[in-house]
Design a protein around this ligand. Structure first.
Ligand code: FAD
Ligand code: MLT
Ligand code: ZN
Length: 472
């Protein structure tokens, strides 16, 4: 089948609305970080699972590689086509139905293209909670967060995306539809295909819908923004809250002066709720669905103890919904602050929680030795051991020259992370950027199993080739 024949067949099946060509493809051809400029043969926008299956079948028959895409917020260029104009992007942007919400079973069935924020809103309107929360929630999709097994701000309480998923519907690489939307808490019936697709970054098939877990809505919330003495104090404060009421800790986020000050200096509409700038900050978010939990008293009493111990040096407690949102905005704008400040290299690493302070300190020292003048900007989900150990370029220097050192920068941090028993990718995945690290860190039986699975499920190597596993 020629390229023109394939595009004609796809247009006939999906309609003109379902096929983008030329300049209309532009938003789908580059990644959020603007590191890669791809060129696609076409961008397909199926509106249903059946349309997606037929599109995949046609592409597979023509042996045309496919790149699944949701909100296109990948931090590792996982949803970006290569530069050859031979790949077809399959976007889920028209698959946006919430098919079902059941507050007896506490489940929601959502199509892959549902924006995360809209899934949260739908759960709220039904009187329940879908707890996954990340700064990209206004753009990222259910299919995308499952395919990357996203973590975000509430992992410490509710787990990663995988833990919120009960069942999936997906289109396999040959165009077969797998109807696996089971809403069961227990289902041990052989290999768990659903768990292979979660975190596969679109290399094993396309998720078209998911059965998700819902939770009771919190009836009490309390949020504080604190200045803390150092990284150890941040962790010690986390332990204090965990010790008093682990189930109440919905989020516990660390921000260094380096990262926070980029937000304050570059993002409009934010302000520090403390008397003066500090070297280290923590955001504590408590929530409980238990009436009478008295979280405000818990927050005040733990902060008082921590102040007496010299761990917390200043704190602001949210007194209203507006103040709560303003505090969260300071954290949520971290990726944007770094983007506006110039080039940065991201190290989305995790270590055992107890090792976070050592990892942060050693990485900062090593990075400033490697590139004098550059600015380490560590921040992130300290409560689950995942810090974004990012490095921002020195102001006024050439961004391209800085980015050319990306691999040295990542290696520098990874060496320390490996020594501390951590991971080179905690929540963003591998995408196109970290395939060499998969080979280096996950060799032997683990890599062999991953390659065998990929070859078995996608024998022609058509689903997001070159992502996760190099050469497959
Ligand atoms: P895309 O970027 O479109 O795709 C991501 C990957 O999934 C690609 O490999 C793609 O091929 C694949 N994919 C997409 N949809 C499907 C599908 N339906 N079936 C199969 N494969 C599919 N991540 C975190 O974990 N925690 C964070 O705190 C966090 N914060 C972020 C903040 C910002 C501002 C941004 C821009 C990104 C952040 N991310 C974070 C990264 C990112 O992984 C998430 O935003 C999200 O998981 C990606 O969803 P998406 O719909 O945009 O997917
Ligand atoms: C976040 O937690 O804000 C993102 O995952 C981190 C990043 O931009 O590096
Ligand atoms: Zn993150």
């Amino acid at each position: 089948m020629t390229r023109d024949d394939l595009l004609a067949a796809l247009t006939q099946r999906l309609g003109p609305q379902g096929v983008l060509l030329g300049a209309d493809m532009a938003p789908h051809e580059t990644d959020w970080r603007a590191l890669f400029q791809g060129h696609a043969m076409a961008v397909l926008r199926p509106a249903s699972t059946e349309e997606m299956a037929d599109a995949v079948r046609l592409c597979a028959a023509a042996r045309v590689p496919m790149v699944p895409q949701g909100g296109n917020t990948s931090m590792v260029a996982g949803a970006t086509p290569d530069e050859t104009a031979t790949q077809i992007v399959l976007t889920t942007t028209r698959m946006t139905r919430i098919r079902d919400i059941d507050v007896n079973d506490m489940t929601m069935v959502a199509e892959a293209g549902v924006i995360l924020k809209l899934a949260q809103d739908a759960a709220r309107d039904a009187g329940a909670l879908f707890p996954l929360s990340l700064s990209a929630e206004g753009s990222c999709t259910i299919g995308g967060v499952l395919s990357t097994n996203a973590g975000g701000n509430t992992t410490v309480r509710y787990g990663n995306a995988r833990e919120l998923m009960l069942g999936l519907e997906a289109v396999m690489p040959d165009g077969t539809i797998w109807h696996g939307l089971r809403r069961l808490r227990k289902d041990n019936t052989g290999y768990a295909l659903r768990h292979l697709l979660v975190g596969a970054e679109g290399t094993l098939g396309i998720i078209t819908a998911a059965a998700l877990r819902l939770f009771p809505r919190p009836v009490e919330e309390a949020v504080a923004f604190c200045a803390v003495a150092d990284e150890d104090a941040a962790l010690s404060l986390f332990r204090r809250f965990r010790g008093r009421d682990e189930s109440a800790v919905r989020a516990f986020e660390y921000m260094s002066a380096g990262s926070m000050h980029l937000v304050l200096d570059h993002v409009p509409g934010v302000s520090l709720p403390l008397a003066e700038r500090a070297a280290h900050y923590v955001l504590v978010d408590l929530a409980s669905s238990r009436p009478g939990a008295n979280l405000r008293a818990l927050l005040e009493s733990v902060l008082e103890e921590a102040m007496e111990a010299g761990e917390v040096t200043d704190a602001a407690l949210a007194e209203s919904e507006a103040q709560r949102a303003a505090i969260w905005k300071l954290r949520e704008e971290h990726p944007e602050g770094q983007k506006r400040a110039g080039a940065s290299v991201k190290n989305d690493v995790s270590v055992p929680v107890s090792k976070v302070p050592e990892m942060v300190r050693r990485s900062c020292e090593a990075l400033t030795r490697l590139i004098p003048g550059s600015r380490p900007v560590p921040f992130g989900h300290i409560g689950d051991g995942n810090i974004h150990m990012n490095l921002a370029q020195e102001p006024g220097t050439d961004p391209a020259a800085f980015l050319a050192r990306s691999h040295d920068i990542m290696d520098c941090v990874n060496e320390i992370v490996r020594e501390l028993g951590g991971s080179f990718s905690a929540e963003h995945g591998v995408g196109r950027i970290k395939t060499d690290m998969v080979e280096d860190w996950r060799g032997g039986a683990e890599l062999a199993a991953m390659q065998a699975i990929k070859r078995a499920m996608d024998p022609h190597g058509l689903m997001n080739p070159g992502k996760v596993l190099r050469g497959l």
